[in-house]
Design a protein. Structure first.
Length: 266
């Protein structure tokens, strides 16, 4: 119950990041019903109300600690070690319990997006000073502010892109034509986020072996040029494009951004 008169239905993705968008879209399409509240992803809870018991273990703010591991090659990575103060012989059980605790304490979206990598250990294996888990939110907020302030004004030097034309054949024997910015393979910096954005456009190329006719090609190129111009100003790297089987896809990767969303690579 969300309140005495309102029941709440929460859709969770159980830590499966790729399904977050579907949970959000499902809730966005939910009807407005009296005495019901629909929520996408488990919200954050007051740490004093988070008390997990499973497999004979108990997980509370009093027996979970953490510390940060620094990675010289990736200074922006948030790599944490969570320490369970108790019998840690059953590693799978304490890892699952700590994850459920963090899911409830941080909220499902924050747990999935604010921490890049983490491990769970027993107190006997600690290597640094322990920090109470109740300070975790403050730590993550500080790291995000540091990340944003450091990179919000950093953009790739605007140099002339060089593209290579590639040709392949699909299983249905239709051609695939790709134009890729291969020099990005030698890019001297790390992209801010570990995903690629795709702009996908459908056209009718049935009379041209799945490739766009001249008129459609020009329209699609104009749309892509305008989109790429705006996105490059926002810090995106233009990777390239491919056309095949009535679909044109343009690929970009975000190098820098003011957004705080960081997708986990757990």
């Amino acid at each position: 119950m969300f309140s005495d008169s309102t029941a709440e239905l929460i859709i969770t993705v159980e830590g499966d990041i790729k399904n977050i968008v579907f949970a959000e879209e499902l809730i966005a399409a939910a009807p407005a019903l009296d005495h019901w509240r629909f929520t996408a992803l488990k919200p954050a809870m007051d740490i004093n109300n988070v008390n997990i018991t499973m497999d004979g273990y108990q997980f509370t703010k009093d027996n979970i600690f953490f510390y940060s591991k620094e990675q010289e090659e990736y200074p922006d990575e948030i790599d944490l070690v969570f320490v369970y103060d108790g019998n840690a012989e059953n590693k799978n059980a304490i890892t699952t319990g700590v994850c459920i605790f963090l899911d409830s304490f941080l909220g499902e979206l924050n747990f999935a997006t604010q921490i890049d990598t983490f491990t769970v250990i027993g107190k006997d294996h600690t290597e640094k000073e322990l920090v109470p888990v109740e300070k975790l939110k403050d730590f993550l907020s500080w790291r995000e502010r540091e990340f944003t302030e450091k990179y919000k004004s950093v953009k790739r030097t605007d140099v002339e892109d060089e593209f290579s034309i590639l040709r392949a054949q699909l299983d249905n024997e239709r051609p695939l034509i790709a134009c890729m910015n291969l020099p990005l393979l030698q890019f001297d910096a790390k992209a801010s986020y570990p995903w690629i954005s795709v702009i996908k456009a459908h056209y009718n190329g049935d009379h041209n072996d799945g490739l766009p006719e001249k008129e459609d090609f020009e329209k699609l190129s104009d749309i892509e040029d305008k989109a790429v111009e705006e996105l490059k100003e926002a810090g995106y790297l233009y990777i390239g494009r491919e056309s095949a089987d009535n679909v044109k896809e343009s690929f970009l990767q975000e190098k820098t951004s003011d957004r705080l969303l960081r997708f986990s690579r757990k």
